[in-house]
Design a protein around this ligand. Structure first.
Ligand code: HEM
Length: 396
């Protein structure tokens, strides 16, 4: 058994812009490595594919530290009592409430509406020669879809973008974080109160009725669920579209291949999920008891981070993993996680991405980066790997 704690890797801001080379270096020597994350958290970072898959189904890795329950009046209890922070049996109870809404069959019914939103955004973009693809397309598409599904006013979307940026940032000041958390909680409290007074045909109203009639979730769980679905429902897809377009622009041969053969689209979305991995490292897990992972002994109460992007570029699983290959079989990638927390929104994300990439390539015969790649800035987050902006030049 390795006591790998002798090697501690301090990850700095370079991890935000290029997590891939850090993972490659760590994986070669310590697929389960002792690290200090850029935000200062000591953790075990898993970058090997086999180890990552095993960790994601290991019941000894918990989402809530053992014996810890948040103060019911704290912001944590208001926003974070959701399925992604829960262990069985709470996890199953919470997930069951929304599972049906996101099945591939139900989601397919959204195709006409997602297509209409996409086409309207592309119409607006056509009028301009240069746009920030994130602001003009990658952000408004998924945020509009999830707002409409939940019954959250789309007009408030810029507010969500700012809040969401704060949540995933590792460099934001505690004053800003606190102010945004307080604003978010009161926003959702007011929204839920309004829906309670006047129910509508939307997911929030359905969840409120599950709370009030079946008493299947607490008030904090209701608030947390609404918030999780809103944030998880757009933040990740934004970056699949944004970073996916960038990956194609930086690999013009693959872009041309995809343009020439639209039948590749479904597989290309999977490859972009693998290659981009919008969720860089999965959310925190805690060892409830001592665990041996990949030959490394980890004591109880430690933070374990499963690097999805590290696993997705493990050469023992994917040949030539640093190459984008829109024709490859990317089956088994971990971009949506694995195990009981596997992304509930995966069918929706896949549909949105397929429509978005298909329509974008069809509309614009030419698309080029409007700045040198070295000028692109990445968001300060280990959880989300995403661009601050993506200036592109478009021609129909
Ligand atoms: C490209 C887009 C997306 C990616 C890459 C993605 C990725 C992920 C990943 C990796 C997890 C598991 C995290 C972990 O185990 O720590 C997850 C969970 C989750 N995702 Fe997504 N997601 C995407 C889109 C969506 C959408 C559109 C929704 C809309 C509802 C959504 C809702 C959720 C929820 C609710 C969970 C928690 C599931 C649970 O704990 O059982 N995601 N997602």
């Amino acid at each position: 058994m390795t006591q790998a704690s002798t090697v501690v890797e301090h990850l700095g801001a370079e991890y935000f812009s290029d997590p891939y080379s850090v993972h490659a270096r760590l994986r070669a020597e310590h697929p389960v490595a002792r690290v200090i994350m850029p935000g200062g958290t000591p953790a075990w970072l898993i970058t090997g594919y086999t180890e990552a898959r095993a960790a994601l189904t290991d019941p000894r890795l918990l989402k809530m530290p053992k014996g810890w329950r948040p103060d019911p009046d704290s912001w944590f209890a208001s926003l974070d009592m959701h399925m992604l922070n829960s262990d069985p049996p709470d996890h199953e109870r919470l997930r069951k409430l929304v599972n049906k809404v996101f099945t591939a069959r139900r989601v397919e019914q959204l195709r006409p509406r997602i297509t209409a939103i996409t086409e309207a955004l592309l119409d607006d973009m056509s009028a301009r020669q240069e746009v920030d693809l994130l602001t003009a397309f990658a952000f408004p598409l998924p945020v509009t879809v999830i707002c409409e599904l939940l019954g959250v006013p789309v007009a408030d979307r810029d507010q969500f973008r700012a809040w969401s940026a704060t949540i995933v940032s590792e460099t934001v000041s505690s004053e800003v974080a606190q102010a945004h958390l307080t604003a978010m909680i009161s926003y959702f409290r007011d929204l839920l109160a309004a829906r309670r007074r006047e129910p509508a045909d939307d997911l929030l109203s359905a969840l409120i009725s599950a709370r009030d009639q079946g008493d299947r979730l607490s008030e904090n769980e209701l608030l947390s669920m609404a918030w999780l679905l809103l944030v998880a429902g757009h933040e990740t897809t934004v970056n699949l579209i944004g970073s996916g377009v960038l990956a194609l622009l930086l690999n013009p041969g693959e872009l041309a291949r995809l343009r020439a053969d639209p039948a590749l689209l479904g597989g290309a979305v999977e490859e972009l999920l693998r290659y981009v991995s919008p969720v860089n490292d999965a959310t925190f897990r805690f060892t409830g008891e001592p665990v041996d992972l990949g030959g490394v002994h980890i004591g109880p109460g430690e933070v374990v981070l499963v690097s999805l992007s590290g696993a997705n570029r493990d050469p023992s699983r994917y040949a030539d993993p640093e190459a984008l290959d829109v024709g490859r079989d990317s089956t088994g990638h971990l971009a949506f996680g694995h195990g009981i927390h596997y992304c509930v929104g995966a069918p929706l994300a896949r549909l949105e991405a397929e429509i978005a990439f298909g329509a974008l390539l069809e509309r614009f015969g030419s698309m080029t980066l409007a700045v040198p790649p070295a000028e692109l800035r990445w968001r300060p987050s280990s959880l989300i790997h995403g661009l601050e902006s993506l200036p592109v030049r478009l021609r129909t």
